[in-house]
Design a protein around this ligand. Structure first.
Ligand code: ATP
Ligand code: MG
Length: 390
């Protein structure tokens, strides 16, 4: 096929897959809204923004037989500020309270009997794919055999050994996968009870279910959230038992402050956009939970520290000539796997460098850095003494 023919056949496939006119598909393919990717022998097109009713993070997988498979992006979950208002209004009768785990969103799919792991952005991540296959390959295959090979399994990868979001969970210190949704071939979520049965019977892990409450009983949800608060966990996702209405999320004051603290380690990267949404969450928690003077002052103190301490520390580190970057360790089965991940990151423009490699008998551990924009800003500020903002 000539390059021109290949292009038009790609556009035709995309148009059919997304249910959009051919000209629109052609324009999308030329624009930054899509990206054509390859993982080994699989080619796929990633949507980098919503297109029609397809969310950002949707992947159109081009099958070797000329067909295609659309893997829908994981939907955005609306956020609750006031449980007392949102829960009775939004839900039908009962609400399943699930723990919201803090890691990164991964959809698992099966193509030609093989398992692949997709990031929230819709990319097949080689690292996550390998780890998923090693940890749960057989179990996931069993689950797909029962729910259908076209199903999509969605869950949170949690633990310290991933390149995306790392928090320590005692039940999953390094790397683990907690399933929170299963979508059938027609993209319908499997009801909560059935999903939990499937997950358990196939030897997989699911997010903890913390209760089932009536929608008028928002106080119980608040109590559950308080328990998570003291345990230093992220929050809850509220779901209709049959997904008749969309889920909602609600987070703890602890995590709202901790996220700001993490974000402000790199003020010009995450820091900037992290602050206001989280301040807003604290404001309405203070109101709804009726924080007394002491609690309010305690939270105000914590918030101030979360904003300023890591930020000032980052300037000190910069001034001492230290590298301001995220550091993490990943475990691979081989050097080939490591190489595959590095070229994947490079193809996406993710600025990762390797600090050291430790080759063991059965695995390779690599210490890596993900670089940030903050040092660039500091460099300019130190040179000119001027603020990039007003
Ligand atoms: P968005 O705001 O678009 O949903 P985000 O990544 O900013 O994206 P979060 O605030 O982390 O969203 O909340 C949504 C995410 O929470 C989901 O994408 C999923 O990865 C994660 N999550 C953790 N536990 C659950 C759960 N029990 N049910 C559903 N999602 C969960
Ligand atoms: Mg999250």
């Amino acid at each position: 096929m000539s390059v021109q023919d290949e292009k038009s056949s790609l556009a035709a496939t995309l148009a059919e897959a997304l249910g959009i006119p051919l000209e629109r598909a052609e324009r999308l393919l030329e624009s930054k809204s899509t990206r054509l990717m390859r993982y080994r022998n699989i080619e796929y097109i990633v949507l980098r923004r919503d297109v029609g009713d397809h969310y950002e993070g949707t992947s159109v997988i081009l099958l070797p037989d000329g067909g295609y498979r659309v893997v829908e992006g994981y939907p955005h979950i609306g956020r609750v500020l006031l449980l007392s208002r949102a829960v009775p209004r939004h839900f039908v009768d009962y609400v399943v309270v699930e723990e919201k785990m803090d890691g990164h969103n991964v959809r698992v799919i099966m193509i030609d009997g093989e398992i692949y792991a997709l990031t929230r952005g819709g990319y097949i991540c080689p690292y996550t794919t390998h780890r998923m296959r090693r940890t749960y390959g057989e179990e996931l295959r069993g689950l797909f055999d029962e729910v259908g090979h076209e199903a999509v399994i969605a869950g949170e990868v949690v633990g310290m050994e991933n390149p995306y979001t790392r928090y320590y969970y005692p039940e999953a210190p390094y790397w683990d996968y907690f399933i929170f949704d299963i979508f059938t071939a027609d993209n319908k979520p499997v009801p909560v009870k059935e999903r939990r049965r499937l997950v358990e019977e196939h030897g997989l892990r699911g997010v903890p279910q913390l209760g089932v409450v009536h929608k008028d009983d928002w106080q119980t949800i608040l109590e559950i959230a308080r328990g998570l608060e003291t345990a230093g966990r992220e929050g809850v996702v509220l779901k209709d038992p049959d997904y008749r209405v969309e889920p909602l999320k609600y987070t703890t004051a602890y995590i709202n402050a901790r996220d700001i603290m993490e974000g402000m380690k790199f003020p010009f990267d995450e820091g900037h956009s992290f602050i206001f949404p989280r301040v807003l969450r604290q404001m309405f928690k203070a109101f709804e939970e009726e924080w007394d003077e002491a609690r309010l002052r305690e939270e105000a103190h914590r918030l101030g520290e979360a904003i300023l301490l890591p930020a000032v520390e980052s300037i000190m580190r910069y001034a001492r000539g230290e590298v301001l970057a995220e550091e993490f360790i990943l475990e691979f089965a081989s050097l080939n796997e490591l190489e595959e991940f590095i070229s994947y990151a490079a193809s996406l423009g993710i600025p990762i460098t390797i600090v050291s490699i430790d080759v063991g008998d059965s695995s390779v551990k690599a210490r890596m850095l993900k670089h940030k924009k903050t040092p660039e800003h500091y460099r300019r500020i130190f040179r000119t003494g001027l603020s990039p903002l007003d």
